[in-house]
Design a protein around this ligand. Structure first.
Ligand SMILES: Nc1ncnc2c1ncn2[C@@H]1O[C@H](COP(=O)(O)OP(=O)(O)O)[C@@H](O)[C@H]1O
Ligand SMILES: [Mg+2]
Length: 238
């Protein structure tokens, strides 16, 4: 099973938005058995799944808050994990033990960047991370303009060899997609095009070996999963 977690201790940075969009992207672009597990008592990811129209590719939902990670059946090929907010210490260590690929969304404000730097340092010091059993990338979220605010964070990430893969804009499409139980990749192309383009570096990273720890001997996406041809053609036409 491939496991991807969107992690940051800060509430409201976009964990559920990115989790649902990653699940939506893979369900849209790949054929396979997809799962989304929600560890947050607010249940935003599970509420999104409830809104998902029946004609869209199926994503199985799991209540991690009530039932834990053991509720996910072994035949799920790709699992997206939405963790709780304020995850530190032992709880952070437990969450980090559930996944191999981590995405840290950060909003472009000095408060968020300062808090995220401390969080990334805490993450980086964990045994599993030191042992190179996981891969981490950072994503700027709700970015309104080309701000010069990221400089120090980028230098810090460089020193830890953590890539800053993309900036996602602040857009009504994320609200729209959430309320329809979709990811931005599943919106009509005339609506979603700009956001899909911003997701490109992130999905490329997730589909590459760079997002999979070396110690793991399997291909990034399991052999049984195939790209959906229509989705691939759509991306090629962007
Ligand atoms: N890129 C974005 N553009 C617009 N709104 C966003 C974006 N990312 C998140 N939001 C909104 O910000 C709020 C917090 O996001 P959410 O994903 O629930 O954060 P978290 O799960 O980290 O608490 C939600 O109302 C969500 O719709
Ligand atoms: Mg959330």
């Amino acid at each position: 099973m491939r496991t991807i977690m969107v992690l940051n201790a800060k509430g409201g940075c976009g964990k559920s938005t990115l989790s649902t969009n990653i699940a939506g992207y893979f369900a849209h672009a790949w054929e396979g058995r997809f799962g989304l597990i929600d560890f947050d008592p607010q249940r935003s990811a599970l509420d999104w799944l409830k809104r998902r129209p029946g004609h869209l590719p199926y994503i199985a939902g799991f209540d991690g808050y009530s039932n834990g990670i053991a509720s996910v059946p072994a035949d799920i090929e790709l699992l997206v994990i939405d963790p709780p907010a304020r995850c530190h210490g032992n709880e952070l260590e437990r969450m980090v033990s559930y996944a191999e690929t981590f995405i840290v969304p950060i909003q472009p404000s000095p408060i968020d960047i300062g808090a995220a730097s401390k969080f990334i340092q805490e993450l980086h010091d964990l045994h599993r991370v030191q042992n190179k059993e996981v891969k981490i990338a950072v994503v700027g979220n709700r970015v309104r303009e080309n701000l010069k605010i990221w400089g120090d964070l980028e230098r810090f990430l460089n020193s830890l060899k953590i890539p800053f893969v993309t900036h996602l804009r602040d857009a009504q499409n994320y609200i729209r997609a959430y309320s329809r139980g979709m990811g931005v990749h599943e919106l009509p192309p005339y609506l979603g095009r700009d956001d899909v383009a911003q997701w490109e570096p992130l999905v490329k990273w997730l589909e590459s070996k760079q997002s999979v720890p070396k110690q793991r001997k399997v291909v990034p996406l399991q052999a049984e999963m195939h790209p959906v041809e229509a989705a691939a053609a759509e991306l090629a036409n962007l």
